[in-house]
Design a protein around this ligand. Sequence first.
Ligand SMILES: Nc1ncnc2c1ncn2[C@@H]1O[C@H](COP(=O)(O)OP(=O)(O)OP(=O)(O)O)[C@@H](O)[C@H]1O
Length: 249
Amino acid sequence: MLQVKNLSKNFGGIQAVKNVNLEVNQGEIVGLIGPNGAGKTTLFNMISLFLTSNSGEISFLNEKIDHYTAEDVVSKGLLRTFQTPVGFPKLSLLENLMVVPPHDGDGIFQAFYKGKMIAKQEKENYEKVCTLLKQFNLYEKRNELAENLSAAELKLLELCRQLMANPKILLLDEPASGVNPLMLDKMVDHILRLRKEGMTFLVIDHNLGFIYRICDRIYCLANGELIASGSPEEISNNEQVKSVYLGVS
Ligand SMILES: Nc1ncnc2c1ncn2[C@@H]1O[C@H](COP(=O)(O)OP(=O)(O)OP(=O)(O)O)[C@@H](O)[C@H]1O
């Protein structure tokens, strides 16, 4: 579904990502781990077209996407979350999830017909928002301001925001950070449920226990290079991974 071939990125003299190859198949949950500064976020930024690569190729659904904009890939179904959830703290959960169609300056006649379409779309969106909030146990808080949510709830709200756009693959950037153990179990359940429903994931996280619980396969980066890939069992027993990531030699 997603293929990355020989992808590289330099920042001045720093080679943040070096010739990385990676793939994610439909229905998989794939992890991306590595110590601080390994290049994980840079790789995510390139895959989601927030950053242009210096060399290499990215394909999504058998199509090269390197020349696309970040907006283009969103419309193709490739979406991502951020380490720090981006939402609207002063808006309610409902408002955060409602998508408002852009005003495009149509005349009154078109606006009349479009108005009907927008009303229908808004009703559908509202129903979808309510369904998502219920699935993520946030419905009771639907009228709360987002700024009153816990870190874990904000991560779930961020996940809901991306789900509103019907992604085919979701890139999750540190979904477990700042999430307490009880909520982490719920996060695991939600991700596994979404996979059962057909979602595909590429996930960055420093919490290896979390990564081992949810992932089918894992890639490990260090100093911008891929040093290992394999099942959770293979990665957890890999000496090079232990050495660079856990500081165990
Ligand atoms: N915009 C930038 N300008 C200059 N250097 C950058 C930039 N972004 C990242 N880097 C450098 O590239 C390297 C990889 O950084 P990156 O943030 O991708 O690592 P990471 O694995 O995501 O780290 P962390 O786990 O701490 O988030 C680091 O040396 C970092 O300092």
